[in-house]
Ligand binder design. Structure first.
Ligand code: GDP
Ligand code: CA
Length: 320
């Protein structure tokens, strides 16, 4: 029996690191992760799910923590041969990573839904949480630029290095999407729903936009968010530019504004404790503590602080 049911809404790296801390902080908890698939795209005919893979690789101890993405021990022979053959290679795919995308694509082509494929990959890689894609239907995050271009999120982030000014962000297909199997149940059945430190616009935004998810989070027992913004900056990625494009201040206050209808608790970095009064005036309780997850110890301490501040106490001891 598990002592605690925790459900995490998750993007990529920040979320994966936070969840790695949570697994240690609450070893007996039943942890369900709802993963963003708005980043998914087809490359060389393969279905790539960057955020699901970041969670999978990190939680199975296979992530390259130094590079900050992809797999440890990765090699790049296939990519260089693809370049020789005239393929576009701005999206880097390592040889080991390609195995994931080959397997995912083959199972999808055999008719498996993405949720079943994800469960299979997680089982094969011994991922210690249940990871569910936000939807089995395709949802594609598109970025509309000030210069009139309309790009897939990956073209914007990787090919354009997230530099052109953004007008707006769109989650194409989300209106027709339904939540992945078990997503709504995991949210409504959780003792605590956690919004991971991920980009609120492009990582958490698509999950909340899947019909039914936002209202399930509003109705959830307890909801806590961890700010991905520390002292007005993202640790990585274009969260600041995207928040500004959405009319949000680029700070922990902006994160709280994005989630104001959802959260009971906002966890911000100690560097932002000066924003606590303004944030709590929006409604949620505020807890400030170190939120920079420099190593596994820092991840576990952050997760422990968040659980404690949210008023849930995990049992100690082995998983079971
Ligand atoms: P992806 O990793 O590029 O797929 O994008 P995400 O939105 O999932 O993750 C990037 C976000 O995670 C950025 O907004 C970062 O500020 C945040 N992040 C990454 N590492 C940390 C960390 O150690 N602490 C906190 N608080 N946020 C982090
Ligand atoms: Ca991502």
């Amino acid at each position: 029996m598990s002592d605690l049911r925790l459900t995490v809404l998750a993007g990529g790296v920040g979320a994966a690191r936070f969840i790695a801390g949570l697994v240690e902080a609450a070893p007996r908890a039943e942890i369900t992760v709802v993963g963003n698939t708005g980043d998914d795209f087809l490359v060389h005919g393969l279905h790539v799910s960057p955020d699901l893979d970041t969670v999978t690789y990190t939680l199975s101890g296979r992530a390259d923590e130094v590079r900050g993405w992809g797999l440890a021990g990765e090699t790049w022979a296939t990519l260089s041969r693809l370049r020789e053959l005239g393929a576009e290679t701005w999206f880097q795919l390592g040889d080991l990573d390609l195995a994931t995308h080959l397997r995912r694509t083959a199972l999808l082509q055999a008719g498996w839904p993405l949720s079943a494929v994800t469960a299979e990959l997680c089982q094969r890689l011994s991922v210690p949480v249940r990871l569910i894609p936000m939807s089995d239907q395709p949802v594609t995050t598109r970025v509309h630029l000030e210069d009139g271009r309309d790009l897939h999120l990956q073209e914007y982030l990787v090919r354009e290095e997230a530099t052109p000014p953004i007008r707006s962000v769109e989650f194409q297909g989300v209106g027709e999407a339904s939540p992945g199997p078990g997503v709504l149940e995991a949210i409504s059945g959780a003792d605590l729903v956690l919004i991971a430190p991920s980009n609120p616009v492009i990582s958490i935004g698509p999950i909340l936009a899947v019909p039914g998810v936002r209202s399930a989070v509003v109705a959830a027992r307890r909801v806590a968010a961890v700010s991905p913004i520390i002292a007005g900056r993202a640790i990585k990625g274009p969260a600041v530019a995207m928040m500004l494009a959405e009319g949000l201040p680029a700070s922990a206050l902006g994160v709280a504004l994005a989630y104001r209808e959802l959260i009971d608790l906002m966890v911000i970095d100690g560097a932002d404790s000066g924003l606590a009064a303004e944030i709590s005036a929006l409604g949620p309780r505020v807890h400030s503590c170190p939120t920079l997850m420099t190593d596994q110890g820092a991840r576990r301490r952050l997760a422990t602080e968040v659980l404690r501040a949210a008023g849930v106490t995990p049992a100690a001891g082995g998983r079971g």
